[in-house]
Design a binder for this molecule. Structure first.
Ligand SMILES: C[S@@+](CC[C@H](N)C(=O)[O-])C[C@H]1O[C@@H](n2cnc3c(N)ncnc32)[C@H](O)[C@@H]1O
Length: 241
């Protein structure tokens, strides 16, 4: 048995009870070092732990797949939610196993950000640049999202200089693409682990440096108007003496 589950981000308190049960009953728990650290308190002493990083993930996932095919209960732990910027890692797990695997959702850093900043996903689009392959269609989509007067929650790409697309690069790209400089912009770092926040405009963001553990919100220029029914006006009771 093998299942991929979401944990965190950053704090075991944001893990679902179902995810915690799966880890507690696992024979093998696998994941990136930083994610294993988050769930460490749930891992039984009898379980084998398979740590991995970007460079050795394929080889380490082959070990996990072998354990799964040998009948062990295997859990692969993902940062946040698998369905937010986690599908390339899921694809590697499935390639190692040779078949599709089940997923259990967690809470994404995008959802924690939405909660901190009080934005609603109905009016917001999530885009990640933290992925392999051609980023061009995702960049274009971000421009369209803002042109369509929606908020954007964006995960930057922190990799090597050739691929890096951090908040300052994202802001510069949007300005070059004709997006107005005064879009309210926020960058949050280390959500659930101390939270640092920066607020400014897209133009000001061009000069800012952030760590790898950051997520960006670009707000629509004018908040969407409420479309609920008008508030009821209660008749005022006048007391006559
Ligand atoms: C490969 S993506 C995975 C996102 C994850 N699946 C999720 O749902 O949050 C990793 C990136 O997410 C962002 N991220 C994850 N956890 C975060 C946190 N606690 N605070 C800020 N950003 C975070 C960072 O940009 C990090 O480099």
């Amino acid at each position: 048995m093998i299942i991929c589950i979401g944990a965190g981000p950053g704090d075991v308190g944001y893990m679902t009870q179902r995810g915690a049960e799966l880890i507690r009953s696992a024979d093998v728990v696998a994941g990136f070092n930083a994610v294993i650290t988050v769930v460490q308190s749930l891992i039984p002493v009898t379980a084998e732990v398979v740590y991995m990083g970007y460079r050795d993930q394929v080889a380490q996932l082959a070990l996990v797949a072998a354990a799964h095919h040998a009948g062990k209960r295997c859990v692969v732990v993902f940062m946040g939610d698998i369905h937010f910027s986690g599908f390339q890692y899921l694809e590697r797990v499935e390639r190692a196993c040779g078949h599709p695997v089940d997923t259990l959702p967690g809470i994404s850093s995008a959802q924690i950000l939405a909660s901190r900043t009080k934005v609603c996903f109905d009016e917001t689009t999530f885009i990640t640049f933290h992925r392999r392959g051609d980023l061009t269609p995702f960049k274009r989509h971000l421009v369209h999202v803002l042109e369509d007067a929606r908020n954007a929650i964006v995960i930057p790409c922190p990799w090597d200089a050739a691929r890096s697309f951090m908040p300052r690069d994202i802001a510069a790209y949007l300005l070059e693409s004709g997006i107005p400089a005064n879009h309210p912009t926020e960058v949050w770092e280390n959500l659930t682990r101390g939270d640092a926040e920066w607020h400014g405009t897209l133009a000001e963001c061009v000069a800012q440096e952030f760590t790898d553990m950051s997520i960006m919100l670009i707000r629509m220029l004018t908040p969407m108007s409420s479309q609920i029914e008008p508030a009821q006006i209660e008749p005022v009771q006048i007391e006559l003496a």
